[in-house]
Write a protein that binds this ligand. Structure first.
Ligand code: 2RA
Length: 330
């Protein structure tokens, strides 16, 4: 299958190439795509160098699938051009996620919604993916009425500039700032930009995308997204209120039985998820599972995942695998 990776030289793009190779996706021809300034550079895929090409040449090559991680502006302009040429686009930006005509997909939850007519498919935001992976089986059995989530997000979600800022600050050096404040020894209550309602776009993604993926606008969600000086993945403290009462052991059993979720939850052995150990893995890790005794039918969870993998690249490749397995691509 001819596959384009748009944004191949970026952090998520590089991980998409890695995951395509790791999962032995049936790539017959790889088209690494990036901005004009990167055309001609080489990326390594399956141990071999591949020359980066421009967007127009990639559209003309008519790949079956194009995996995008190149920002919203590029996606808004170029995803329709790929689609018009017959390519199925899976996009990591927020550009198409809330478009009522576009599917927002976490394969373990709602891949079955995808049809051959879907030529632009949206990959959800990283912090949404890891949360709904845990919420979906619980919602199905106990009906979630309300979600309160606080995220503790890796600087890799911002990109290379943020990683460089942390490295400079750690070394006591001046350099380009990805954030308005220092990130070393700090926690920034500011991920993405603020909206009129006082919440950031990152916080509102958790609200809007969760309702769309779980197909239930009655779920009340409120969130606070924090950036912390971590690189392994995003962590989330989640409080759920259900319609119905539950048994904590049944919650653990449901999560244990969910493909793509690993429960790490034993306070006797200090066993709980942490980003340093989630890094490089594809599962979503859930722990600190405990009843919230302050209100009825309520539960607390701690959810951790590598935001570059299941939060972006792996989820994207899993959608591509679903397309390939069901002859829905291209
Ligand atoms: C972040 N989820 O972590 C956003 C974009 N990757 O900044």
């Amino acid at each position: 299958m001819k596959v384009a990776v748009v944004g191949a030289t970026g952090m998520v793009g590089e991980v998409m190439l890695q995951v395509l190779a790791e999962r032995r996706f049936p790539v017959t021809e790889l088209l690494p795509v990036a901005s004009e300034r990167s055309v001609g550079k080489e990326v390594i895929f399956q141990g071999k160098p591949h020359k980066v090409i421009g967007l127009a040449d990639a559209v003309a090559a008519k790949p079956a699938i194009a995996l995008f991680s190149a920002g919203g502006a590029i996606s808004l302009e170029w995803a329709p051009k790929f689609a018009a040429a017959g390519t199925t686009v899976i996009d990591n930006s927020s550009a198409w996620r809330m478009d009522p005509d576009k599917k927002l997909v976490v394969p373990e939850i709602n891949a079955s919604q995808i049809t051959r007519e879907d030529k632009i498919i949206a990959n959800p935001n990283c912090s949404t993916i890891q949360m709904v992976m845990a919420l979906a089986p619980l919602h199905k059995k106990y009906t979630i009425n309300r979600v309160v989530v606080s995220t503790y997000q890796s600087i890799t979600g911002t990109g290379v500039k943020a990683v460089r800022q942390l490295e400079n600050e750690y070394a006591g050096q001046q350099g380009e700032m990805a954030y308005p404040y220092p990130i070393h020894r700090n926690a920034l209550p500011h991920c993405d930009v603020f909206e009129e309602n006082g919440y950031t776009k990152e916080e509102m993604k958790l609200v809007r995308e969760t309702q769309k993926i779980l197909d239930d606008n009655t779920i009340a969600v409120t969130s606070t997204a924090i950036r912390i000086p971590v690189v392994g993945g995003h962590s989330e403290s989640v409080n759920l209120q259900f319609e119905n009462d539950f048994d904590v052991n049944d919650i653990r059993k449901l999560l244990n039985e969910t493909p793509g979720v690993t429960v790490q939850d034993n306070t006797d052995t200090n066993t709980y998820p942490m980003p340093i150990y989630a890094q490089g893995k594809d599962d979503v890790f859930v722990g600190r599972i405990r009843r919230d005794h302050s209100q009825p039918n309520s539960l607390n969870l701690w959810i951790v995942a590598d935001n570059l993998r299941k939060g972006a690249a792996t989820n994207t490749v899993q959608i591509a695998e679903y397309l390939a397995a069901n002859q829905l691509a291209g």
